[in-house]
Ligand binder design. Structure first.
Ligand SMILES: NC(=O)C1=CN([C@@H]2O[C@H](COP(=O)(O)OP(=O)(O)OC[C@H]3O[C@@H](n4cnc5c(N)ncnc54)[C@H](O)[C@@H]3O)[C@@H](O)[C@H]2O)C=CC1
Ligand SMILES: O=C(CO)COP(=O)(O)O
Length: 318
């Protein structure tokens, strides 16, 4: 099975590095200078400093070349995915398109699989999601992810598993997608808790109530609850709410501490918090934590006000 990775950020590069253990990989970067530099230096110094690109990764800025593969992994930020698919739909029809992005598109309030269906109706949508930092994957550290496909696709699972990357299959695209999208929102909240000095007990409480919200929201959209208990829900929530390697967590740390944060860093949870709070209101789903995080990121509320509001909610059964 020939494989391309579209998007040469940290995650796309790391996936290309691990998949190169199975055979040749084409890595597409939108910027021609960046592609040329990576092809020559065998490193992505802009987004993933350090790991070396194996010789069987071919880096190109020619999308038509990358689109020759049967399977393409999409690793562009969520809020750019719609525009990317719209621009390149003609080349991507009839492929298996595996989205590796985590989030909900603010413009359409849809996740990546719906965007693939909208722009490339003849493609097979799939998702690769779960707990993994690009740096860990690129270093060959053990990682496990969820591969979601509409039909149970063992061949794709085989093709995308490597000696250090273990994939588990599911056909629950909704659950896999929403687990990955929502955990980024709650990771911002966990960062705020720690950044504001509210303590580890408060973080554990926030993570637990966040998980309850995540399941409630996803099940209301048709997801299977057990998917959310897996790698793409519980697994990724734990990783991202507890590790300073997470950009969403670090963004929250800065917000909680009242410090500035580098705007060039990809923080998917900000737009997704807004999208989730809009969807929750529309569909009458109780999402107090996500809505509070949206309010915090939009500076509609301060950290002390958010804490007071959450603590003042009526007492109820767990
Ligand atoms: N970095 C990580 O550890 C992980 C990232 N992800 C997900 O992968 C997705 C991408 O994240 P990263 O690679 O980390 O981001 P990044 O910030 O490292 O890189 C983003 C890349 O996307 C490119 N890009 C931006 N707009 C584009 C467009 N319109 N067309 C084509 N390319 C465009 C940029 O040039 C840049 O190379 C996100 O949804 C993220 O949640 C998932 C798991 C782990
Ligand atoms: O998705 C990730 C880990 O699974 C990466 O998290 P951040 O985008 O917060 O860095």
């Amino acid at each position: 099975m020939s494989i391309s990775v579209l998007g040469a950020g940290a995650f796309g590069t790391a996936l290309a590095i691990t998949l190169a253990q199975n055979g040749p990989v084409t890595l597409w970067a939108r910027d021609a200078d960046h592609a040329e530099e990576m092809q020559r230096t065998r490193e992505n110094s802009r987004r993933l400093k350090g790991p070396r690109l194996p010789e069987n990764i071919s880096v190109t800025a020619e999308i038509a070349l990358a689109a020759r593969s049967e399977t393409a992994l999409l690793a562009v930020p969520m809020q750019r995915t719609g525009a990317f698919l719209a621009e390149h739909a003609g080349l991507l029809q009839s492929k298996t398109l595996v989205s590796c992005s985590k989030g909900i598109d603010l413009q359409t309030l849809q996740g990546p699989s719906a965007l693939i269906r909208q722009f490339c109706p003849d493609a097979v949508p799939a998702l690769l999601t779960g707990p993994s930092f690009a740096a860990d994957i690129a270093r060959g550290l053990p990682t496990a992810l969820t591969l979601a496909t509409p039909e149970d696709d063992e061949a794709l699972q085989q093709a995308l598993s490597t000696p250090s990357l273990r994939l588990y299959r599911t056909t629950d695209l909704t659950g896999a997608e929403l687990g990955g999208a929502l955990k980024n929102v709650y990771a911002i909240g966990a960062g705020v808790v720690i950044g504001a000095g509210l303590g580890d007990s408060a973080r554990a409480a926030l993570m637990t109530r966040s998980f309850a919200e995540m399941v409630r929201f996803a099940v209301a959209q048709g997801a299977r609850p057990e998917t959310l208990s897996g790698l793409s829900g519980f697994g990724d929530l734990v990783l991202t709410c507890t590790s300073p390697l997470s950009r969403n967590f670090r963004f929250g740390l800065a917000l909680g501490a009242g410090e500035a944060f580098d705007p060039s860093v990809t923080v998917e949870g900000v737009a997704t918090a807004k999208a989730v709070s809009i969807l929750a209101e529309k569909r009458k789903i109780d999402m107090p934590v996500a809505s509070m995080i949206a309010a915090l990121t939009e500076a509609r509320i301060s950290v002390p006000e958010a804490v007071l509001t959450l603590l003042a909610r009526p007492l109820k059964q767990e």
